[in-house]
Design a protein around this ligand. Sequence first.
Ligand SMILES: [Zn+2]
Ligand SMILES: [Zn+2]
Length: 495
Amino acid sequence: MDSSMYFGLSTKLAKELVQAEQSGKPIPAGRFDFGVETACAGCKENIMPPKKISRCSACQAALYCSTQCAKRHWNETSSPHKSLCPHNKRHMQRLPETQAVVKSFPWGRLETDGTFNLEIARGRFSVLGGSGYGYWSHRGGTVPHAVGGFDASASTAPYAQFMQNLLKNLDHLNGYDLLKPNHLSDEQGWKLSPKFIPYRDFTKNKERRPLLVTKFDGGVVDWDSWYRWRKIPKDSPAALLMHFPMSVYQMLVHCLKITSPSAGCKSRRVNLNVHLLGVEVELNFVPLFSELALLLPFHDVQMTLVGPGAQRLLDKAKNYPSSIAIKCFSSPPSPIFTYSTPPECGSSTISIYLCTTTTWDPDTFPTPDALVACNAGLASYRDWFPVISIALFTHLPFASTEYTEQSAEYQRAYILTLLEASGSKLSDDPADNHPIELNPFHCPGQRAIPMFRLPNMFNGFTVVVHKTPEGGRKATSNELDAGMKAYERLVFGAA
Ligand SMILES: [Zn+2]
Ligand SMILES: [Zn+2]
């Protein structure tokens, strides 16, 4: 079964919403509400009318079905809300800021519960679908939220059940377009009206070529400036995909400071070797990472995509001898994507490779200048442990993004525990050495989370695992030796 039924329904509703908005007539309350089905943070049950939603009065982040449930959750033996509540209260202070970001886009509609329905937003532009939707193609779709919220009679359990059954049978392979012999053109990939497309090919669209970024006043520091630099109106939904390459840019330039737009010039080009770890949906729009070349004039960027998602794709690619993906098996491996920016933009290049092994291993690569990961959950997946430790102890710059500030802080605590366990004195001031920041290039809009209302966005917050003090400096061989010893101590115990 394909996902056309599921996505088709959301698109139909989105079009009805657009029509209602354009009619100028007031929209009846509850006629269009694409909020999430709420569940109780205490008993985990869905909160259905006539039951009313109550919030933790202290933090306003946790939702409950009753005051009894709230009380029980407060004192729970495992992870009581009592211990998280003061932190959640602090995290909630970001909410006006993150809501302002999504509201700054004409398509950035806040539902009555404060969440943002990504599928409805994409449905407005007819770019919601499993396959055949260019860069937007999302085989498998996302976990269904209450699309049924639009109509009280449809927002019942059987409806949600229907959606779930529909989704169960979908094919979840990411990077399907890399099984084809050629990359999609800008128009084929974006499937938007030309005025909404951030072009990478300027041969036919010279007037759309951005200014040499170092000449752009104020630089590219947030979505507003990016849209202006790219000469596209904020009516364009481009940010809904561009948050991935832009977050990588933010981590390299702002968080890790391993390079900057002004680091290179005509007479001095900059080489940059980056590993993007844990790739999944990133494989659906590899050409969009050409943005890094446009943002970094006079650079030669080499980026390697690593992760189980890449591995699944490569298993499949073996049956597609003329595919783009198969190129990474040649010796030496060929890039799966290359791009050069026009001289007016700084003549940069980017070459993107797929890693043919599942796990990241420092020995199978030339040491990169930096590691980055999007929506990583570093402390939640065991596979990250060796990567984090090696980055920490061999002075390899590494940053990642997280959905929430809470999980970013959880990661930082984990990093500090690893450092302590190894006997390392690397980190004195956590806030200075492992800063956590709201990512200005996060995917606009609150994710649909049933039990909590903390600011929670794709690529929401950046966290630094390790950075070198001067930025860009590679570890000396002494430091590498000491680092590997610290790592071995941590893994195998004291010798
Ligand atoms: Zn409850
Ligand atoms: Zn609370």
